[in-house]
Design a protein around this ligand. Structure first.
Ligand code: C2E
Ligand code: MG
Ligand code: MG
Ligand code: MG
Length: 285
């Protein structure tokens, strides 16, 4: 690689390292500043049922604008926030703001969809997590029955007893827990028998090449059948094409989320959708 390029390969490699290091340092300094100075914002992506395109949920997705018009992808800065110990304050910021927004929608009469919020493993294992969430609920006065926490299978690795207790506490408040990116984690299916969960979000990678791709199609079908058998809600993520939507109808009308219906949008841009309560489905508007 860099070494093969010329006599002094060492300096090439170390330049690369320097550049990565500088980029990381910049990101880290920037992220701390973003958090302090409120340069973060939430976008929301609609989740629909597949019969009439009724809005059933919104997923809050964190956005960080590093410079005007330049967004750092969350897949880049969330792992960084976890590494540098910023995920707890970042996660608390997300809850406060998502719940404040939910409350303000409630006040406007928009009351029949759920709000999904992503939670990372370090955040959910933090012993202060439930208090901090309850405080955000108290402060905002948002309805906990409308809240869904999205956790990944990685969250379920490790000791199970404390998590079972946490889920019990959340359920007592009316908060639901869904597994995000279902099918891509390192966990085993045994967690489905050990934890009281409320729903699965089938990862979008399983929609690749569907409906033509037989393997992925079988996997999606099996995951949806399993969710149904277990009495879990199912959401399929990353629906981009009409053919995928048609297949999902044949597989029992799971809830759907994807660019075919809507990209994530800032709260202000959602008002007219919230008024109508539905998105016209492609092919049957
Ligand atoms: P996720 O929770 O699985 O969120 C869904 C991601 O898929 C979002 O990416 C969304 O924009 C994208 N997506 C939705 N529909 C489609 C589609 O049809 N095609 C394609 N190609 N992509 C689609 P986003 O917003 O970039 O977020 C990436 C990940 O970052 C999230 O994946 C989640 O794991 C993490 N994340 C975002 N916000 C938060 C947060 O507030 N807290 C935590 N802990 N993680 C977050
Ligand atoms: Mg999610
Ligand atoms: Mg996901
Ligand atoms: Mg994801």
């Amino acid at each position: 690689r860099a070494k093969a390029r010329g006599g002094n390969g060492y300096s090439f490699a170390s330049e690369d390292l320097d550049r990565d290091f500088a980029r990381r340092m910049n990101l880290e300094v920037g992220l701390r500043k973003a958090l302090e100075e409120d340069q973060l914002l939430l976008y929301y992506q609609p989740i629909l049922e597949l019969r009439e395109g009724r809005l059933v949920g919104l997923e809050a997705l964190l956005r960080w604008s590093e410079a005007p018009g330049r967004f750092v992808p969350p897949d880049e800065f969330i792992p960084l926030a976890e590494e540098i110990g910023l995920i707890q304050p970042l996660g608390a910021w997300v809850f406060r703001n998502a719940l404040k927004q939910l409350r303000s929608w409630e006040d406007k009469g928009f009351r029949d969809f759920t709000l999904c919020v992503n939670v990372s493993p370090l955040q959910i294992r933090d012993p202060h997590f439930p208090e901090s969430l309850e405080e955000a609920l108290r402060e905002t006065g948002a309805n906990p029955k409308r809240l869904v926490l999205e956790i990944t299978e990685q969250c379920l690795l490790g000791e199970r007893a404390p998590l079972r207790e946490l889920f019990l506490r959340l359920h007592r408040l009316g908060i639901r827990v869904y597994i995000d990116d279902f099918g891509t984690g390192y966990s085993s299916l045994s967690y489905l028998k050990d934890f009281a969960l409320d729903g699965l979000k089938v990862d979008r990678s399983f929609l690749q090449g569907v409906p033509e791709n037989q393997r992925n199609r079988s996997l999606v079908e099996a995951m949806l059948a399993m969710a149904r058998g277990l009495g879990l809600e199912s959401v399929v993520e990353g629906v981009e094409e009409e053919g995928q939507m048609d297949l999902l109808r044949r597989l029992g009308y799971p809830q759907v989320q994807g660019f075919l219906f809507s990209r994530p949008l800032p709260a202000e841009s959602l008002e007219s959708l919230l008024q109508k309560g539905r998105i016209p489905l492609p092919g049957r508007a």
